[in-house]
Design a protein around this ligand. Structure first.
Ligand SMILES: O=C(O)CCC(=O)C(=O)O
Ligand SMILES: [Fe+2]
Length: 320
């Protein structure tokens, strides 16, 4: 059975192994990341507690114009060209806590930035503290991992530091329903997609479902206890002119079991311009992608895949 390569973050070989995994597969397990089992157990427990609430309590924190909060079952369609209905999952977006913009004008200049939504403490005691603490923990893992990657790629060791300083990262809780997927009929846990940003660090429960497409074949990525499943986002593929891979993946429910997963999207600052690195293009190998701003790229993707999100409504205080 195929398995992605393993990156041991404590190993002196980590930068080399990581760079090779990024070029060959774009997916790898991350071990020795320093996140405790207790912290993992608690974030999954709280995630389940939220998704077990009634629909009215969940809709009270429905994702707002900053895309923070609850996204109902089927609201997201990750592969609109193939899916006949939305992903068979519900979710919850949490970003770094930011103050409410003081007026519409300021808000327009700060797309996707605002306060989080939090379910009531009475319903899920300790939930906010758990999520904020996990966000901080995962931010630290992302900083370390991107540091190892810059070394492995022969970049300045602080290459990713300045362009991730805003902490525009997203923590997402996902709950897949028990509905069995039928890829031929366009019914998917999560439709085929590549991730949009820099790096994704995914925690899953023990239920399988994730698949990656390599050389035209869909391969299962089994859960690995204690490890994160990590993959690259489109920004790294574009920066490196396809030397690194933002590999397409999807979630297929074969067993008819519910599944919980928690991706942490380690993202670039909104205004970072991603232009092919000089060492990755030449006259014979010209840049394959035009320059793009990380934030506008994500806004576009959210608009295409979230039925209830409108990237053009960022400055409308009263938009529903
Ligand atoms: O739940 C999973 O295993 C994958 C989720 C995913 O690919 C995503 O949210 O981008
Ligand atoms: Fe993904």
């Amino acid at each position: 059975m195929w398995e992605p390569p393993v990156v041991d973050m404590e190993s002196p070989e980590a930068p080399k192994v990581l760079a090779k995994a990024c070029k060959d597969v774009g997916f790898f397990y991350v071990e020795n990341h320093g996140v405790s089992k207790d912290a993992m157990r608690e974030v999954f427990r709280q995630s389940k507690a939220f998704f077990s609430l009634g629909i009215d309590d969940k809709m009270a924190v429905k994702a707002d114009r900053h895309n923070r909060g609850f996204t109902p079952m089927h609201e997201e369609i990750l592969d609109p060209s193939k899916q006949v209905k939305g992903d068979t999952k519900e979710g919850y977006y949490i970003f770094r806590e930011l103050p409410t913009p003081s007026d519409g004008e300021e808000d327009a200049a700060r797309p996707l930035k605002g306060p989080n939504q939090w379910p009531s403490e009475d319903l899920v005691p300790g939930w906010r503290a758990t999520m904020q603490s996990y966000f901080t923990t995962m931010h630290a893992v992302g900083v370390r991992l991107s540091g190892l990657l810059s070394v492995g790629l022969g970049l300045d060791p602080s290459f990713f530091e300045s362009c991730t300083s805003e902490m525009a990262h997203a923590l997402r809780l996902l709950h897949y329903s028990a509905e069995v997927s039928d890829p031929a009929k366009g019914v998917m846990g999560a439709g085929a997609h590549s991730d949009y940003g820099l790096l994704t660090l995914l925690a899953t429960d023990e239920v399988p479902g994730l698949q990656v497409r390599l050389d035209g074949e869909w391969l299962d990525v089994p859960p690995r206890e204690g490890a994160f499943i990590c993959n690259l986002g489109d920004m790294l593929q574009r920066w490196t002119n396809d030397e690194l891979r933002s590999t397409v993946h999807r979630v297929v429910n074969k067993l008819g079991r519910e599944r919980y997963s928690i991706p942490f999207f380690f993202e670039l600052n909104f205004d970072t311009e991603v232009v092919c690195l000089p060492q990755c293009c030449s006259e014979e190998n010209p840049a394959k992608y035009p320059p793009v701003t990380a934030g506008s790229y994500i806004l576009n993707k959210y608009s295409q895949t979230h039925q209830d999100f409108d990237g053009n409504q960022q400055n409308d205080e009263k938009s529903p």
